[in-house]
Design a protein around this ligand. Structure first.
Ligand code: MSP
Length: 523
């Protein structure tokens, strides 16, 4: 059993959930569930980034104790992720004791290695990015390029981490390990940054009230990014559980948004190199969800609330949309219209109708009992379809293995399209009339097999619905299929099994506004 450790970024506790957070955690969940299905010992972790000064300020604004506020916000996220069907094994809050211990240990290791020194910082700091910037990195007038707000001018005595010392080592690591940072565009950005030269960075803030104090200089709090990145090792027992740490670290995947690649691919690996901890195997910087082509932001007022979205569409529609319709690694569009169209055409029409039509026919022509498939009645077209079923597992796994979920689902949907077309091509109603029972049996068996293998491909994406499909097919599966490739082979559906149509799985989503519009036009 291989171990597989996967993480998302941890969300700032002062912000309400954002559809971009939902996108990141859903796609990560799909990968975690995929690996679990294949039998890996998966550890999947997410969490809250709580030592930002913005968290402290927000808590005080609301008249709350910062810790109480952090716990409340963590609950908001945990509850929401449950509704999204997220299967995380752990949730790290950076105010937890286990995390403080882990931060202190790593800080000390870097300090003992001679890589942390006291110096004077004079420059800019964007509160929203929680990042130090040189003037050249900001827009004119000291404006942060990301948040469009004026960065603070900061002059303080801080502890610095020697990024410069590790520049060549990091460059060599990224050059020699192309899979360390994906996709390619992000890799090139980071390589260029390193080649341009790395400056040492502040890893403490002086005189702040909120954060983890340095135990040898308590006026200083650990810089929030230095603190937050460590969550990835806290979760698997760094400084608290040696056995667990040895088992799960290094992480197999850090899944993060493209805006924070620099922190994960420059600062984080150097912190680990300095402390003598192995580097994660891969950082994947996904794209952004855009709202009608625009970046979502508070100033534009176009942030989509994932709570509203799940209330309206339910988890299946959103999970399927994220996995199938957004190419991992590049920006994608989020709109209610796109979700409705995707759900209605891919799930309700393509798959839902295939299931309904096929089972209805098996009920009508074979009293609901799965008929035998006979070689004698096999036509060349049937043989082709059989072969395409057999080829699906390899295609699907090849894409899932490189986080190309949309490609993997596209391959599965090619089979769904084949099946829908095959119904029309083979006209089962005529075969029934002409009493061509063996040929009709083969047609039905092929259709049911396509439904079955599609449902297996859906285990990581919409697991509860995959189960409902098995109920209709009268078969028992689990989400744990170490022999996935074997189960995907044609012929695994037992002959004689009783199928049942039951309720439709994907009732079409009706866009009421549009229906009203249509009604108006008709009048
Ligand atoms: N707290 C830091 C991460 C620390 S990780 C050690 C942070 N938090 S965040 O709340 O701003 O963002 C959390 C994740 O959501 C990031 O990976 C970020 O890229 C992602 N997204 C935020 N907005 C997004 C979109 N519009 N679209 C997709 N993901 C985006 O950064």
């Amino acid at each position: 059993m291989a171990k597989f450790y996967i993480t998302t970024a941890i969300v700032y506790a002062n912000s309400r959930p954002h559809i971009g957070h939902a996108y990141e955690i859903v796609t990560t969940d799909v990968i975690a569930r995929y690996r679990r299905m294949l039998g890996d010992d998966v550890y999947f972790c997410t969490g809250s980034d709580e030592h930002s000064i913005n968290v402290y300020t927000k808590a005080l604004e609301q008249g709350k104790d910062p810790q109480v506020y952090c716990d409340e916000m963590a609950k908001v996220y945990k509850d929401l992720w449950k509704r999204y069907g997220i299967s995380n094994n752990d949730y790290v809050q950076t105010t937890e004791e286990r995390h403080k211990k882990s931060v202190m240990q790593l800080f000390k290791k870097c300090f003992d290695a001679g890589d942390i020194y006291k110096g004077a910082y004079e420059g800019h700091y964007c509160k929203s990015c929680e990042a130090f910037y040189t003037e050249a990195e900001l827009d004119e007038g000291g404006i942060c390029k990301i948040h469009k707000i004026k960065a603070d001018v900061v002059k303080e005595e801080n502890y610095f981490l020697r990024l410069s010392k590790y520049q060549d080592k990091l460059l060599a690591h990224i050059q020699n390990n192309p899979s360390f940072l994906e996709p390619e565009t992000r890799r090139n950005e980071i390589l260029n940054m390193i080649k341009a030269g790395l400056n040492d960075i502040s890893v403490s803030r002086n005189g702040q009230k909120w954060g983890i104090p340095l135990n040898f200089d308590t006026d200083h709090k650990v810089y929030v990014w230095f603190d937050a990145l460590i969550n990835y090792i806290t979760a698997v027992g760094y400084a608290s559980d040696e056995e667990k740490f040895a088992k799960y670290w290094p992480a197999d995947y850090h899944i993060i948004g493209k805006d924070i690649t620099k922190f994960h691919c420059i600062i984080w690996p150097i912190m680990l190199m300095s402390a003598g901890v192995p580097l994660p195997k891969k950082v994947f910087g996904h794209g952004f969800l855009l709202n009608k082509g625009e970046k979502m932001s508070k100033t534009r007022g176009n942030i989509v609330d994932p709570e509203n979205v799940i209330n309206v569409f339910g988890a299946d529609a959103i999970r399927y949309y994220f996995a199938s319709h957004i190419t991992n690694g590049v920006d994608g569009e989020f709109s209610e219209d796109a979700i409705i169209t995707c759900f209605n055409s891919y799930l309700a029409n393509d798959l839902g109708n295939l299931i309904n039509r096929s089972i209805t026919m098996v009920e009508k022509y074979f009293e609901g009992v799965v008929p035998a498939y006979t070689e004698a009645a096999q036509t060349p077209r049937m043989k082709e379809i059989r072969e395409s079923i057999d080829a699906l597992a390899t295609e699907y796994m090849k894409k899932m293995d490189v986080l190309n979920m949309s490609g993997a689902l596209e391959d599965a949907w090619k089979r769904v399209a084949i099946a829908n077309k095959f119904i029309d091509e083979s006209a089962p109603w005529t075969l029934a009339k002409e009493n061509k029972t063996e040929i009709l049996g083969n047609v039905m068996y092929l259709l049911l097999e396509i439904i079955r293998v599609t449902s297996l491909c859906l285990i990581p994406v919409i697991p509860d619905t995959a189960k409902k499909i098995w109920d209709k097919l009268g078969i028992q599966y689990t989400e744990l299929l170490p022999s996935f490739e074997n189960e995907m082979k044609f012929g695994k559906l037992p002959v004689g099994t009783k199928v049942s149509k039951g309720e439709p799985l994907f009732p079409r989503i009706v866009d009421e506004e549009k229906e009203k519009e249509k009604g108006k036009k008709l009048k």
